[in-house]
Write a protein that binds this ligand. Structure first.
Ligand SMILES: Cc1cc2nc3c(=O)[nH]c(=O)nc-3n(C[C@H](O)[C@H](O)[C@H](O)COP(=O)(O)O)c2cc1C
Length: 334
């Protein structure tokens, strides 16, 4: 059912799905009739994402990407069945079997599939925007499960709120140390082109990366934080204030984090289709006060995540690395 050319596309582009901190906690087995999804619990944020909520959102994004790519040959995922076997060994890694994606035909080609290779996180300042841009953004991604905040004055306030939440969370040393572990500052580092956030995907120069490697080191960061000097190191206020808007994605009542992850990816691809770049602001929704504030803004609707959105300078957008496919693909069986 899955042709060899479609398998190639699934393998080349399926793994472009976003994952929290680019941990890529997944392994696929792409078969002729179905796709098996495994996860690797050694590739999770055990402090920052202890509940594995964002892990599931990331798996949901992976599955939605596969579904969209399957649609290019009028196929689609009809069922996400649990995989009940116990853990399997793959390249000396203990993987947890999670889902079997049952596939059938009868689906219409979805134009969002073409956005998968174009979508990239962008973490720099956005280009100046106009009232027309703000309207275009609002029209493109306002749905039953999403809303846009685009008032520039409000954005400036959210930028401050975000920084307050982020600085407070990073004051928890184990959490800051975990995030640091997934940052790659120098090209010579073994994982620079494999996973995590490297200097290019963070949008910083080699010199800034060299300084950040030292200043963000957990012991140094904790010292600076004690004297109130760490905030400027991790501030994202100027990027947020420069955005055309914030895309607020709600949790759809009754949907699992996996299903909400599918919606999250679709909305991000819709942003790409509308010509925008984006970056999630998880620190806002992971912080109890940030979450309370954004949810009460929308009448206490539960929020999944918030993305800052805008137009990026062409040369500023970088394609983040992925693990070699041999490490994320179990083998193509016939
Ligand atoms: C659930 C989830 C939460 C994320 N939260 C953040 C975040 O708070 N800050 C950030 O810079 N990127 C965040 N990201 C984006 C990932 O870091 C990004 O998708 C990953 O590095 C891969 O890069 P790409 O989006 O350019 O393909 C998040 C992604 C997911 C799936």
């Amino acid at each position: 059912m899955i042709s060899s050319s479609l398998k190639k596309l699934l393998i080349e582009q399926g793994f472009r799905a976003p994952s929290v901190h680019n941990v890529q906690p997944w392994v696929l087995d792409v078969r002729d009739e179905n796709i098996l999804v495994y996860d690797d619990l050694t590739r999770t944020l055990s402090i920052g994402d202890a509940s594995l909520h964002d892990h599931e959102v990331s798996l949901g994004a992976l599955i939605e990407g596969l579904h969209l790519l399957l649609s290019t040959e009028n196929l689609g995922v009809t069922e996400i069945a649990p995989l009940t076997e116990s853990s399997v060994n793959f390249q000396e890694r203990k993987l947890r079997p999670r889902y079997r994606l049952n596939i059938a035909n009868g689906f219409k080609a979805d134009p969002l599939a073409a956005m998968i290779s174009k979508r990239k996180s962008y973490r720099g300042n956005f280009l100046a925007n106009t009232a027309e841009d703000r309207k275009h953004l609002t029209d493109a991604v306002t749905t039953d499960s999403s809303a846009v905040i685009s008032n520039p004055l409000e954005l400036r306030q959210w930028a401050k709120d975000y920084d307050r939440c982020s600085i407070e969370s990073n004051g928890h040393r184990p959490l800051q140390a975990e995030l640091y572990q997934w940052m790659r500052f120098e090209k010579s580092e073994a994982n620079y082109q494999r996973d995590g956030l490297n200097a290019e995907s963070l949008g910083i120069s080699a010199i800034e990366a060299w300084a950040a490697k030292f200043l963000l080191r957990p012991d140094v960061y904790a010292f600076l934080n004690k004297f109130g000097m760490a905030g400027s190191l991790i501030s994202e206020a100027s990027q947020i204030a420069s955005a055309t808007g914030l895309l607020v994605i709600f949790k759809v009542p009754g949907l699992t984090p996996l299903e909400n992850g599918r919606n999250f990816y679709r909305l991000w691809l819709q942003l790409t289709e509308a010509g925008f770049n984006a970056c999630p602001l998880s620190a806002l929704v992971d912080h109890p006060e940030g979450r309370k504030k954004i949810e009460s803004y929308f009448g206490d609707k539960p929020v999944l995540n918030v993305l800052r959105v805008g137009k990026a300078p062409q040369e500023g957008v970088y394609e983040s690395p992925r693990l070699p496919v041999q490490e994320t693909l179990m083998g193509v069986q016939s």
